[in-house]
Design a protein around this ligand. Sequence first.
Ligand SMILES: Nc1ncnc2c1ncn2[C@@H]1O[C@H](COP(=O)(O)OP(=O)(O)OP(=O)(O)O)[C@@H](O)[C@H]1O
Ligand SMILES: [Mg+2]
Length: 359
Amino acid sequence: MYINKLLLTNFRNYDIQEIELCKNINIFYGDNAQGKTNIIEAIYLSSIGKSFRAKRDIELVNIENKENNAIIETEFRKIDRDGKIKLEVSDKKNIYINGIRARKFSEILGNINIVLFSPDDINLFKGAPAKRRKVLDIMISQLRPSYLYNLNLYLRTIEQRNNYLRQIKYEKKSEEMLDIWDEKLADYAEKVYQYRKEFIEKIKEKIVDIHKKITEDNENVKIHFITDCENKEEYLKKLKEDREKDIERGYTGKGIHKDDFIVYVNGKPLNIYGSQGQHRTVLLSLKITELNIIYDEIGEYPILLLDDFMSELDNKRRENLLKNIENIQVIITCTEKMRIKQKEEKIFFVENGRIKVDF
Ligand SMILES: Nc1ncnc2c1ncn2[C@@H]1O[C@H](COP(=O)(O)OP(=O)(O)OP(=O)(O)O)[C@@H](O)[C@H]1O
Ligand SMILES: [Mg+2]
């Protein structure tokens, strides 16, 4: 699939900007703080409905013209259909899919499929587990719209359970009611677990060969998934065991909100022993794995967004990456003009919220 046109109005540092993308490689280059990542962000918003970096929607509206909405319009082509996504953003957000207003934000998912590399990802395997869960959540929700619905039910229920834990502690409410919350929570947890398990299995299966190819057979990668909720009964048992602790601290200590995965390279945990290059390479393998999983599911490749990523790679790895991404639309940002000669490409120069096609 690919995006053929992007129209930004009053979005970030753009006034009105139309961008016609090519099917294969699109390179946006320019100095720092000119608006390159803003393009990646606009595409990400058209796919996921949320920004990967803005805390509040209002940040997306051009600060010089706050009275008006920011508008992002994206036209895309898939094997079986053309489509258009429009987002109107002010302090709230409206989404239109092919001209029809979406009733739920989640309706946007699964239209434009993407895989994103952002500079933030470099710490994916070292940083907090929440980041790793987010990678899973974003991949799964693009492919299984009901996943996010279940995850949100779980998260809402855990909040209610936490409230009730505090009421037991401070208002001496009865512990019996907690059984009802536990039951509900365990139902949702098991569902979320099943989705995550399905996709972790897919990743495990594919990443080994992909990583071998990239490292020319030098590295063997393994992924180990950690969860408290393999099934409802086990999880209910854990909730019971931890009940006193949970009441004391006023929150639920165990659950799928603590899920995580650990990566091993040649038998050693990457987060402890990995070199910088190994972190980068595993990340690359994980993203290519994601591309392939999405391909298997929907029968075409998602769009690959590489924000500032190419500059991090040496020539050999860059070549290996490109070899792996035949016939994929790629959006690349970088500070130096570069060319990938063997592919169809379009080059854009970005300066102060304006984009010029460069040849
Ligand atoms: N809501 C907004 N209104 C106006 N300008 C904004 C808004 N949000 C961000 N900007 C401006 O956009 C620019 C940052 O854009 P962006 O993050 O795309 O930069 P970049 O080209 O990717 O830079 P780098 O190479 O440093 O990553 C900054 O100049 C910032 O002030
Ligand atoms: Mg940037």
